[in-house]
Ligand binder design. Structure first.
Ligand code: KIV
Ligand code: ZN
Length: 386
């Protein structure tokens, strides 16, 4: 089995479904260009039937993309699938991504269909999609709350009808790494024609387990992962692509799989998504948060000044940031303060330095964060008072 993991980015579809995150056409085209620069393999550009705007966006992204496969989502309905195919007509590498729910709850309450009727819908929808494009992905919505025996029959049916990617979403973020991994292992072993398809993960983050679940599924045989930049998406969001890619890169010793992600493009992609959606990244967010490479405690700052690997497991440059930062605050020590003074061009005598440090500590107690301007004011005052 290959060690290459395909990255399916759904920032423009599931990500855009985050409340308040809609993007206009020009913004979607900028995002798609950045996704190609980032090295994702598949871009889900939208849900063509959802609106005329979505149709135009899928079409424009399909037209623009040179390398990546471009996908449009479609329910298991003729109109959806034909609309997706029409929007993808200009794509160099089109994919129709069709889905239907397979859990008892969704089939009964939402679809009002019997399991046999759902199997029939899968047969029809996947065959229709396969008549329109070569590359068809089928998703079992709410897979993690589906009955294994029925899920296996549904997957077999989709593969027989021509689907070559089988996505098993944790639609409501209910799985744990153990249960999600076990589901993939079970399905890959149980489905008689599983070897004809690539299995795919799609994790929501309701319990904060999206990335852990994704990695567990990869360990169990999944070779495509669906994710979004900054983890944006429905409710608590989707698994974040930057976290998956960096986990695979930094911990290659225990996670021996590769992606085509150009990690130095991660920060640019993250900032672009924040800018176009208006959704800020929390400061302590892994990889792309403002504090991901910032250090305040004196012990950590001292270690960082000696060797950055004391407190950083990856370099800021590896994710496209220019440097780490030593943030001055009440936990900072003499080493970081001295380093800051030198970077601001000050050479103080021992006595001046001790006085300045004491005044800095008093200021840091009163203020959450001490900025360069505060240091300049404090030292200039010190020198003037002489
Ligand atoms: O979360 C989900 O189940 C989805 C499917 C439509 C793939 O987004
Ligand atoms: Zn989803």
């Amino acid at each position: 089995m290959t060690d290459q993991i395909l990255i399916f980015d759904t920032t423009l579809r599931d990500g855009e479904q985050s409340p308040g995150c809609s993007m206009n056409l020009e913004e979607k085209l900028r995002v798609a260009a950045q996704l190609e620069a980032l090295g994702v393999d598949i871009i889900e550009a939208g849900f063509a039937i959802a609106s005329d705007g979505d149709f135009e966006a899928v079409q424009a992204v399909a037209q623009q993309c040179q390398r990546a496969v471009v996908a449009s989502l479609a329910r298991a309905a003729r109109a959806d699938i034909e609309r997706a195919a029409a929007a993808l007509k200009v794509a160099k590498r089109p994919r129709i991504h069709t889905f239907i729910a397979t859990s008892p709850l969704h089939m009964k309450v939402k679809l009002n269909k019997s399991p046999e009727q759902v199997l029939e819908s899968i047969r029809e929808s996947v065959s229709l999609a396969r008549n329109l494009v070569d590359d068809v992905e089928w998703s079992a919505e709410d897979a993690t709350r589906s009955e294994p025996e029925f899920l296996a029959r549904a997957i077999e049916t989709a593969i027989r009808a021509g689907a070559r990617t089988i996505n098993l979403p944790d639609t409501v973020g209910y799985a744990t790494p153990e249960t999600y991994g076990a589901m993939f292992r079970d399905m890959i072993a149980r489905v008689s024609n599983a070897d004809l398809a690539i299995f795919s993960t799609h994790c929501h983050n309701d319990l904060g387990l999206g990335v852990a679940n994704t990695l567990a599924a990869v360990a169990a045989g999944a070779r495509q992962v669906e994710s979004t930049i900054n983890g944006i998406g429905e409710r608590a969001g989707n698994a974040a692509v930057e976290e998956i890619a960096m986990a695979l890169k930094v911990r290659h010793d225990v996670l021996p799989w590769r992606t085509g992600i150009v990690s130095t493009e991660i920060t640019r992609a993250s900032r672009l998504i924040s800018a176009v959606t208006g959704m800020h990244v929390q400061p302590n967010k892994a990889i792309v948060g403002a504090n991901a490479f910032a250090h305040e405690s004196g012990i950590h700052q001292d270690g960082m000044l000696k060797d950055s690997s004391t407190y950083e497991i990856m370099t800021p440059e590896s994710v496209g940031q220019s440097h780490s930062s030593l943030v001055l605050g009440k936990h900072s020590g003499r080493a970081a303060f001295k380093d800051k003074l030198e970077s601001l061009g000050y050479q103080l005598s021992d006595n001046e330095f001790q006085d300045a440090f004491q005044r800095f500590k008093a200021l840091a107690d009163a203020k959450k964060q001490v900025f360069d301007e505060d240091i300049v004011a404090l030292v200039d005052d010190e020198v003037l008072r002489g």
